[in-house]
Design a protein around this ligand. Structure first.
Ligand code: FE
Length: 374
């Protein structure tokens, strides 16, 4: 009798598990109290039934991500279609998701974590939230410099931090390197966001790794001296400030320009069209690049399915869509970037391993404080 009751109980638990582990085709709008296996987003009845069937056959993978593009969801659906593995998604800000992973510890439902910037991935690794993945497929698809030195995270998309200039006021022949923007002839003309931002921390960390701390500090001081205004807003706002004539050049990530060129807001399109993209340091150390990347969580419950998902995202089919969703460059070198990115031309990248962006993060923050970069 007790055995029968136990069996009944287990059967109910399994049934609830199957019902809640799938059908979440939509997104969690970042509500940090929600469960990845919850069904808050609902979805069409038919779709849910299909997911349920596939989830019970192929298993499930739970993903925490700071990305928020519809094209990503289409890709997750494709993975489910190909493998029968359902993908449950929880979205949120990177810092928030890292905090959540720390808080949840061993009991976390998350198998995978996707976020932008090697600096953020470093923070997750330092907090002991990830584990190493040894996968030939990932090693073949993702270049070594775009992966963690201990294989605890892998780049999936690439972005370049470039100089953007006003096409009317600036002749690109005047541009050359990041270092040159620290020269006093650019006084009052340079736009860049706050030093709290991880993109700038990673940029300065790359200079420390390549040129040493002293040169990196000189650069940061020179940029502070040349700022057109105290740092404010995001990368997109720097582009707008160039178009508005507040400064002549801005340092920003390429994908924002791609997004603006394809914006539904005609004003954004106009701004982006008035700007040129310049890849700095082509004759020297290369343009700074960064990534969006993925990590297997330390307490992943669906490890096999999760690694399969990582491999899928690194492959040629997924890479194109994944990168194009946010106008980024594919991390897999066998895949061509979107047309708008191709129109900006090819460029030489910094050659350092992106793990260094994390390793020099603390030094970069200290230098920013020393030179008074807000
Ligand atoms: Fe961004």
């Amino acid at each position: 009798m007790t055995k029968r009751l136990l069996f009944l109980f287990l059967a109910i638990v399994v049934a609830i598990g199957v019902l809640t582990a799938c059908g979440n085709s939509g997104k969690d709008p970042g509500n940090s109290s929600s469960s990845p296996s919850g069904s808050e987003a609902g979805g069409e009845e038919a779709g849910q039934e299909k997911d349920q069937a596939s989830a019970s056959e192929g298993g499930v993978v739970n993903l925490y991500t700071s990305r928020h593009y519809d094209s990503d969801q289409a890709l997750y659906d494709l993975f489910t279609e190909q493998t029968g593995i359902a993908v449950n998604v929880v979205q949120g800000e990177s810092d928030e998701l890292i905090e959540r992973l720390k808080r949840e510890g061993e009991s976390t439902q998350a198998d995978l974590f996707i976020t932008a910037d090697a600096g953020n991935l470093y923070r997750g690794k330092e907090s002991g939230l990830f584990q190493a993945v040894e996968s030939e497929e990932l090693f073949n698809n993702i270049p070594e410099k775009l992966r963690d030195v201990d294989n605890q995270w892998f780049g999936l998309t690439k972005r370049a931090r470039v100089i953007v200039y006003d096409k009317e006021r600036v002749d690109p022949a005047q541009l050359s390197t990041y270092e040159d923007l620290a020269d006093e002839r650019w006084k009052g003309k340079v736009l860049i966001r706050s030093s709290e931002n991880i993109y700038n921390i990673s940029l300065l960390a790359s200079f420390i790794a390549i040129n040493g701390e002293e040169k990196a500090k000189e650069w940061a001081q020179g940029i502070v001296n040349n700022m057109a205004q105290p740092p404010q807003g995001g990368d997109r706002d720097q582009a707008k400030a160039v178009a508005a004539g507040i400064g002549d050049v801005a340092i920003m990530n390429t994908y924002y320009l791609g997004t603006m060129l394809n914006s539904a807001d005609p004003e954004e399109v106009k701004v982006a069209e008035s700007l040129g993209v310049f890849f700095p340091n082509q004759e020297t150390t290369g343009t700074h690049i960064n990534i969006s990347g993925i990590a297997l969580t330390k307490h992943a419950k669906n490890k096999e399915a999760a690694i399969k998902f990582m491999e899928f995202l690194s492959g040629p089919e997924a890479q194109k869509q994944f990168a194009e969703g946010n106008y980024e460059y594919p991390a897999n070198p066998s895949v061509e970037p979107a047309d708008v990115l191709k129109s900006w031309g090819e460029f030489k990248e910094q050659e350092i391993n992106l793990s260094l962006l994390g390793e020099y993060q603390a030094d970069a923050i200290r230098i920013f404080n020393e030179v008074g970069w807000k």
